[in-house]
Design a protein around this ligand. Structure first.
Ligand code: G3H
Ligand code: 13P
Ligand code: ZN
Length: 315
C-alpha cells in the first residue's frame, strides 16, 4: 500500500478489462468515504483534485488527509490533479506531493495544446509523475471552463496518435459523448464506442500498445438519488447521466480511468437535505456529514462493484 502514480494501476486495468475509479475529493468526509469503499472491495483508487478544490481545501490539508487514507485503508491510492489549467497549477500539485497530474489544454488550438502538454510532461516525468491530457472538447462545465454543446467536438483518432507521440503523455482523455455535470443528455444517452475503438486501434498500430484512455463526465446520475434531492427541496428536473452498462462496456475496452464527481455531489446533497428535513431540531455537523459520508461510501462501493469491475485489483 502506498501513494503511487497511475502507471501500474492502468497496466493491470487494461490487461484485466476493468477501470480504476477517479473520484473528486474536496474534504475529509469525501476522502474517508472513497477510502472506505475502496478498502471494502480491496480496490485501487484515484482521488482527484480540481483547481477549485485546491483553492477550497488547501493542498496541504488534502495531501495530509490522503496520506492518512492510505495508512488507514492499506489501499494503493493515486493523488491526481484534475483539469490542471496551466503549468503553475501543475507545479503546485507536484510540489504538494501529488503523484499524477492532468493538464487540460483541450480548449487551446491544437498546436498550443501539444506545446503546453509537452512542457508539463517534461517537467512531471523527471519526478516520476504520470500525465493525463485531453483532446477534443466535452460539453458542460469543467473546472472553470464552460463548453457549450455546440462547441463540443469529439476526439479525432488520427490527431490522437499525433498528440500522444508528440507529447509523451501516459493517458489520454477523449471526447466521445460524455459531458460534465448532472444534465448529460436531452434525449437518449449515446456514446461513440466506434470512435473509442478506432482511437485505440490506431494508437496500437502506431506502437502505443495498451494505451490507457480516460473517460471524463462519467457520472451516472442515479435517478433514486436525484429523487431524494428533489423530494427534500432540490430542483434537479431533467438530470440525466451515463447508463451503467455503457460505463461497464467502456471499462472492458481501453478505458482505464473513469471520472466521477457529480454522483458524489448528488449523494452528499441527498443525504444532507433529507437529514435536515427529517431532523429539524438537530444541528451537530457530525450528524449530517456522517450521513453524507455513508451515502457517498455506498455510491463508490456500487461503482467499484457494478461499473468499474476493479474489485480485488490490489491483489
Ligand atoms: O470536471 C470537473 C470536476 O467536476 C471538478 O469540478 O472545478 O467544481 O471542483 P470543480
Ligand atoms: P461528472 O460531472 O460526470 O461527475 O464528471 C467528473 C469529471 O469528469 C471530473 O474530471
Ligand atoms: Zn473532467
Amino acid at each position: 500500500m502506498a501513494l503511487i502514480n497511475t502507471k501500474k494501476m492502468f497496466e493491470k486495468a487494461f490487461d484485466n478489462n476493468y477501470a480504476i475509479g477517479a473520484f473528486n475529493i474536496n474534504n475529509m468526509e469525501i476522502i474517508q468515504a472513497v477510502a472506505n469503499a475502496a478498502k471494502k472491495n480491496n480496490s485501487a483508487v484515484i482521488m482527484q483534485v480540481s483547481k477549485s478544490a485546491l483553492n477550497y481545501a488547501n493542498p496541504l490539508y488534502l495531501k495530509a488527509m490522503v496520506d492518512a487514507a492510505v495508512a488507514d485503508s492499506g489501499i494503493d491510492i493515486a493523488l491526481h490533479l484534475d483539469h490542471g489549467p496551466d503549468f503553475e497549477t501543475v507545479k503546485l500539485a507536484v510540489e504538494s506531493g501529488f503523484t499524477s497530474v492532468m493538464f487540460d489544454g483541450s480548449h487551446f488550438d491544437y498546436e498550443i495544446n501539444v506545446q503546453k502538454t509537452k512542457e508539463v510532461v517534461d517537467f512531471a516525468h523527471e519526478k516520476n509523475i504520470t500525465v493525463e491530457a485531453e483532446l477534443g472538447k466535452l460539453a458542460g462545465v469543467e473546472d472553470e471552463v464552460n463548453v457549450s454543446a455546440e462547441n463540443a467536438t469529439y476526439t479525432d483518432p488520427d490527431q490522437a496518435v499525433d498528440f500522444v507521440s508528440r507529447t509523451g503523455i501516459d493517458s489520454l482523455a477523449v471526447a466521445i459523448g460524455t459531458s460534465h455535470g448532472a444534465y448529460k443528455f436531452k434525449g437518449e444517452a449515446k456514446l461513440d464506442f466506434a470512435r473509442l475503438e478506432t482511437i485505440s486501434e490506431k494508437l496500437d498500430k502506431a506502437g502505443f500498445k495498451k494505451f490507457p484512455i480516460v473517460l471524463h463526465g462519467a457520472s451516472s446520475v442515479d435517478p433514486n438519488c436525484v429523487a431524494i434531492c428533489n423530494e427534500y427541496g432540490a430542483k434537479l428536473d431533467g438530470a440525466k447521466g451515463v447508463p451503467n452498462e455503457m460505463l461497464r462496456k467502456a471499462s472492458s475496452l481501453s478505458v482505464c480511468k473513469i471520472n466521477m464527481d457529480t454522483d458524489l455531489r448528488l449523494a452528499m446533497t441527498a443525504a444532507i437535505r433529507r437529514f435536515f428535513a427529517l431532523n429539524p431540531e438537530k444541528f451537530d455537523p457530525r450528524g449530517y456529514l456522517g450521513e453524507a459520508r455513508k451515502m457517498i461510501e455506498d455510491v463508490v462501493d456500487g461503482k467499484i462493484k457494478n461499473v468499474l469491475g476493479s474489485v480485488n485489483s490490489m491483489n
